[in-house]
Design a protein around this ligand. Sequence first.
Ligand SMILES: NC(=O)c1ccc[n+]([C@@H]2O[C@H](COP(=O)([O-])OP(=O)(O)OC[C@H]3O[C@@H](n4cnc5c(N)ncnc54)[C@H](OP(=O)(O)O)[C@@H]3O)[C@@H](O)[C@H]2O)c1
Length: 250
Amino acid sequence: MTGASGGLGSALACHYAAPGIHITLWGRNEDRLARTASLCEAKGATTSVRAFGLTDHDRALSLLGEADAARPLDLVILNAGVSDIRPEGAVTERVEAVWEAALVNYAIPVALATEAASFMAGRRRGRIALIGSVAAHHDLPFATAYCSSKAGLARFSTCLHAAMTPSDVGVTLIEPSYIDTAMSRRLDGARPFLVTPEDAARRIARAIGRGQAVLVFPAVFLLLKFVSALMPRRIAHRLLRMARVKQNAR
Ligand SMILES: NC(=O)c1ccc[n+]([C@@H]2O[C@H](COP(=O)([O-])OP(=O)(O)OC[C@H]3O[C@@H](n4cnc5c(N)ncnc54)[C@H](OP(=O)(O)O)[C@@H]3O)[C@@H](O)[C@H]2O)c1
């Protein structure tokens, strides 16, 4: 599990924690990782913790190989993500933030999912879940890197689902809207249809268990996806440009 030090990752790890289950927890913040580990252990699971930055992709791939060699992975959840929006008054987002989003939200999970899929296909068993976002459905002018990295991840996930079905490896794309974690709390404004991380974890685990290709939640965002797809782009863009979204410092 990547992003196990974050709000959703911690809730997902706790959801799966039970006697006989081993959970490998990845993240950067050592204190929050240790907290997730102790919550999982209190529920009877065993854990391995690795604190490192995913942008060290060689390390990420080699740690994935080590984890699979130690205990063949049944489920890989690629949950880590970063979000950022255009600074107030600026025309574009910051180049460093765009680069980070491309790596953490798209390139690294794509590489890790591909490696995990190759291990699992050899055993004809396993599941992979990728955490995208409903932001992938819209052309948000103030969050171009977040939307596009999650849109790329979404297409990758459904392609991988198509590729892996004959090998009995499940691939599930999760597209949530607002979850009450540090990421959404940074936004200065309303968070309609907010769900708790625990509720999100339950919905996600259910979709993974069913082998669902895509889960969008809450369902109202599925409706918004279709409305946005049907709306003439010129009108959608005009409306989206009117949105005033701000974020607080990390
Ligand atoms: N919260 C929402 O409203 C919302 C909505 C839609 C989708 N999502 C998606 O849900 C996922 C989980 O986000 P969250 O809400 O739980 O946010 P969060 O609490 O901010 O957690 C983000 C996680 O990603 C990890 N991460 C970020 N950059 C990393 C890097 N370079 N290397 C390694 N780990 C890194 C963080 O690690 P450290 O904290 O240890 O640095 C943290 O564990 C993300 O993919 C996000 O895009 C969230």
